[in-house]
Ligand binder design. Structure first.
Ligand code: AHM
Ligand code: MG
Length: 334
């Protein structure tokens, strides 16, 4: 059987269904090519001298790894010249990145976490890239942070790449979620799973339990009930997985279901959770909803949260619908 490549898939969508404008197709092709380059660098590891710290801090005050910096550069360079973007924003840059004047500008805004799961880089555990695409508001010549602050419902595309045992690209343009596997010999992304679906029920959950003493009561209640298993109110045993790379945890959930949680906790009430709304929570929530799952911040649908700043953090509950609704419901009762 001859499988479809990403290029064929995109052209088909554009031609037959009119789903993907040409400029968006170019954008996705360029991002996917950049992910290929990042994946190549990741796979070199110590041989490519890419492991370890870059000796700098990002806007979040986190020490940047060399691969954080390299991946950010790869995405910036790949996307500057195509004429498809109005501006970019990244976890690794405090300010909006403008398209240099020597290049034409386009109608889209691209946000990314260039290398997600940084703590796993040096230990050879799956890591990835997350991206989100918005339309630049009409009439804007020089996009500012304000232009990016659109709720997740406005995303026109979102996706991630996982650099793991296989390199995969998972993508949605609002018409289902599709998975492409990198054929390393051919250098092409090949469609390997169409219309990924998340089952509504699950027996698997993902949370960093080392923070449990800081959790607020709704999360504590929910996890305690899962841990009681068949003897508790849920009447069934649950299994736990935590990879500490959101891309890998979400990929598992898109593949076989589950719930992923990174809640806000009592450590620092000014920090609502760890993950960032605009380039982690929103693109992942878009994919999860497109696959039939649910995503909230504990209080409301994630995609309806109105962002107030580029790097704001948010509590995240996403995955199998019935579990996300249950834990969100516990927050409402609190
Ligand atoms: P990063 O973007 O700096 O890598 O941080 C985000 C990552 C997520 O991929 C993952 O779910 C989480 O941080 C793990 O956090 P922790 O180390 O607290 O378990
Ligand atoms: Mg991240």
């Amino acid at each position: 059987m001859r499988r479809k490549t990403l290029t064929q898939y995109l052209i088909e969508q554009q031609r037959e269904f009119g789903n993907i404008p040409a400029e968006l197709r170019l954008l996705i092709e360029i991002v996917s090519r950049a992910c290929k380059t990042i994946g190549y660098n990741v796979s070199k590891g110590a041989l490519g001298g890419v492991l370890g710290s870059a000796g700098s801090e990002n806007v979040q005050g986190e020490i940047q790894k060399k691969l954080d910096v390299i991946s950010n550069e790869i995405l910036l360079e790949a996307n500057e010249w195509g004429g498809h973007l109005a501006a970019m924003a990244s976890e690794e840059m405090e300010q909006v990145h403008h398209i240099p004047n020597r290049y034409p500008k386009g109608e889209y805004l691209l946000l990314f976490d260039p290398l997600d799961g940084s703590s796993n880089i040096d230990v050879n555990v799956s890591i990835g890239t997350i991206f989100s695409v918005l339309r630049c508001p009409d009439g804007v010549c020089e996009a500012t942070e304000q232009d990016f602050l659109q709720p997740g419902t406005r995303q026109v595309a979102a996706g991630y790449a996982v650099y793991g045992p296989q390199t995969v690209l998972v993508l949605s343009t609002g018409h289902g979620v599709h998975c492409f596997t990198l054929d390393r010999e051919m250098g092409s992304w090949v469609l390997t799973q169409e219309n990924m679906r998340i089952p509504e029920d699950t027996k698997e959950f993902a949370i960093n339990a080392s923070n449990s003493r800081h959790w607020y009561p709704p999360v504590k209640r929910y996890v305690d009930e899962l841990l009681l298993g068949a003897e508790g109110p849920r009447g069934k045993d649950f299994n736990m997985r935590w990879i500490a790379s959101m891309v890998a945890d979400v990929h598992r959930i898109l593949t076989r279901g589950g719930i992923f949680m990174y809640p806000a906790d009592a450590r620092d009430p000014s920090k609502p959770g760890k993950l960032r709304l605009m380039y982690e929570a929103n693109p992942m929530s878009f994919l999860v909803e497109q696959a039939g799952g649910a995503a909230t911040n504990g209080a409301q649908r994630m995609l309806e949260v109105q962002p107030t700043s580029l790097h704001e953090r948010v509590a995240v509950f996403l995955g199998s619908k019935n579990e996300v609704e249950r834990v969100t419901g516990y927050h409402r009762q609190d």
